[in-house]
Design a protein around this ligand. Sequence first.
Ligand code: C2E
Ligand code: CA
Ligand code: CA
Length: 564
Amino acid sequence: MNQELRLRQEALNSISQGVLITDAQRRTTYMNDAFEKITGYPKDELMGGSCAVLQGVETDPETIKELRNALNKGHSFQAEILNYRKNGTPFWNELSITPVRDSEGNLTQFVGVQRDISEQKAATEKIEHLAYYDPLTDLPNRRLFMDRLNHAFSSSQRSSREGAVLFIDLDNFKGINDTFGHNVGDFVIQQTAKRLESCMRVGDTIARLGGDEFVVVLEALSEQRFEAAKQVSVIGKKILTVLSQPYQLNKQEWHGTSSIGAVLFSDHEESAEELLKRADIAMFRSKNAGHNMLTFFNHEMQNVLLERATIEREMRAALESRQFLLYYQIQVDSMHHILGAEALIRWQHPLRGLLSPAHFIPSAEEVGLILPIGQWVMETACIQLKAWEQRVLTHDLVLSVNVSANEFRQADFVEQVKTLLQRYDINPRLLKLELTESVLLESIDETIILMNALKRIGVSFSLDDFGTGYSSLQYLKRLPIDQLKIDQIFVHNIATDISDKVIVRTIVVMAQSLNIKVIAEGVETEEQQQLLLDSGCTQYQGYLFGKPMPIEQFEELLKQGEKR
Ligand code: C2E
Ligand code: CA
Ligand code: CA
């Protein structure tokens, strides 16, 4: 071998790209070390033969055809091509072949340079996959979903067959994350994805939008709107059923349900975005109507939603510009001694006037604004308690504050109350929290822990609207409650309905045996008060003694009470 040739070979062997040289008939005449390393073929095996052995089952035949054509014409060729090593494993080859001609222009050789780009290719694919698929469930993500929805939408337009979007949301999923941690939450989401897949027909798309929100596109339903709706109902019911099967967690079972909203493509007037929004609205309706159901979108819902958006905006503004007020309703005993008051929120709306809580608390709960509103209530109540504590007349008044489920279940609720009591330096015994049965029973063990933590601070509890919920004695025994508040519906009928009289009597006896005090709300007449007293109930709240009123009026009322 002459000097120059050896130098050239060494140079070729030192580069990391594979180099393969063939004669004009494409028989291998040379390959460098890197080529051997990449393909696993020893030099002597390919020498004199064709390198078509690198092709395999999944090598794209089109690319091979293009390659042959180019080389037959003596052109150069570049492509990314799937090749196979000697041991059968595939790799992505970035291939570049250049023809070499002699001084007369005759084609004498082809020089092929190749690079194994499998890792790069895998990384790119992974990135592309992540852009379109949810990593937790491997379902399409929102982006891919919108893509598919748009397709489904236009193909339904062409075929005039109906399509539908289902919006699926797990009920009480937040509780899982809070109670069992995020790993368990992830597990439930993955299980849900699998279950949903089991309900689908080929061609239907399921996607995860995020959190516990899933969406489904159903295509090629009946041309008849009514029939199509029936088909959607059947699939929806199937989904509700599979999602209400217990989930097997580490040591426990979790019983979940879901809420579904559905919308048909129908008149094709809306965009895909709008369809998704409507399915979402209908889903909300299912949630509000008590979970575990399917609701179809209708136009009425749209108005409700617009209204809700307005009220949400207005409530935020109300918090900032101090439009919320606390009204106070007096509580007395049978001797007309003043025991304290219940704080009841009002909204002094700039346009709509004074609004009662029924007009905004439900929306506040839904959009999460109940938390800042509740904090405002608690703080205002504390400021009032401090003011009362400093005067002899009002020194011992107890103030009751309504606390809804969402407020009570905040991770730092106990801390919040503690902080306020300390900040305003208040005797905790003067603060009473009113909870309803549904709050208490939601997850009873956790509730008891929370309540006990607050009791240790000195705060007391009243069980609001008593008699309208489960009213199980079993539960009552376990809960550290100080007071039962007999719901106004029993008080209202006590004079006329014999069974209500019996109920009131039973509640009082039961409470006495558990050493719990009883107050009746909604007392409007002397007769009602007398009958309550006969039944053993000695504490009252109601229009008979005073309506809920602004603090100035309330303090007037206190002064009059003192004079009597
Ligand atoms: P609630 O806790 O059961 O409050 C008692 C409701 O009965 C009050 O309605 C009160 O005005 C009304 N009421 C009192 N005495 C009588 C009476 O003699 N006859 C009749 N017919 N009604 C009487 P309001 O103020 O409209 O409050 C409604 C509900 O809003 C409350 O029911 C409570 O669940 C909720 N709420 C009020 N303030 C707050 C608050 O600050 N936070 C939260 N989370 N909820 C609140
Ligand atoms: Ca109450
Ligand atoms: Ca009540």
